[in-house]
Design a binder for this molecule. Structure first.
Ligand code: AR6
Length: 184
């Protein structure tokens, strides 16, 4: 599925985030920035040790206590096709009453802002927080798409925002959300 918002296209695809040829891919990280499972594990595995070295430097210089939920930082893409990895931390689902929707929105918005500030024109996101962090995907997909739409309506600079869903089922959920949230 492909839609236009402002000067950019929003593309929903099934795939593996680590295989994307976008200029930047987004990592669904945790505050330690030291790797983990899911998307995070796959990115560090395929991207090689350079990414982790840069993450260690960012921890030491900028975020000694860890990257707060909703914030984003950038490293090179190491051995990946993508030139950059933007690491963000989504919220852990705790029932929805602990600020999770706002924090998930911030994770998307801060990643997009960071990309634009670096002159990046194509960015690919995984479905942040809907794996190990347990965020219900129907709600998360709407928040993700609304954040992307709101951003693209006011900011220039991006040519493409891609959402890369790992399963056919997840892609269907995002497509349904896109029909609701992105309809003109
Ligand atoms: N490409 C695209 N999507 C993927 C891939 C992949 N290679 N692998 C998994 N997914 P998760 P979270 C999907 O758990 O929920 C890590 O341990 C997956 O099916 O990666 O934000 C971190 O270190 C799911 O729909 O991220 C943190 O501790 C979505 O990506 C924690 O998990 C996100 O799943 C973050 O949890």
């Amino acid at each position: 599925m492909e839609l236009r918002i402002g000067g950019a296209k929003v593309v929903l695809v099934r795939g593996d985030i680590t295989e994307q040829d976008a200029e930047a891919i987004v990592n669904a990280a945790n505050p330690s920035l030291m790797g983990g499972g899911g998307v995070d594990g796959a990115i560090h595995r395929k991207g090689g040790p350079k990414i982790l070295e840069e993450c260690k430097r960012i921890r030491a210089m900028e975020w000694p206590e860890g990257l707060p939920t909703g914030k984003a930082v950038i490293t090179s893409g190491g051995d990946l096709k993508a030139r950059y990895v933007i690491h963000t931390v989504g919220p852990i689902w705790q029932g929805g009453g602990r600020g999770e929707p706002g924090l998930l929105r911030e994770a998307y918005l801060n990643s997009l802002k960071l990309a634009v500030s670096r002159g990046i024109r194509t960015i690919a996101f995984p479905s942040i927080s809907t794996g190990a962090y347990g965020y219900p995907i129907e709600e998360a997909s709407r928040i993700a798409l609304r954040a992307i739409k709101d951003f693209l309506e006011v900011e220039d600079g991006l040519d493409e925002v891609r959402l890369v869903l790992f399963t056919e089922g997840d892609l269907k959920v995002y497509e349904e959300a896109a029909r609701e949230v992105l309809k003109p």
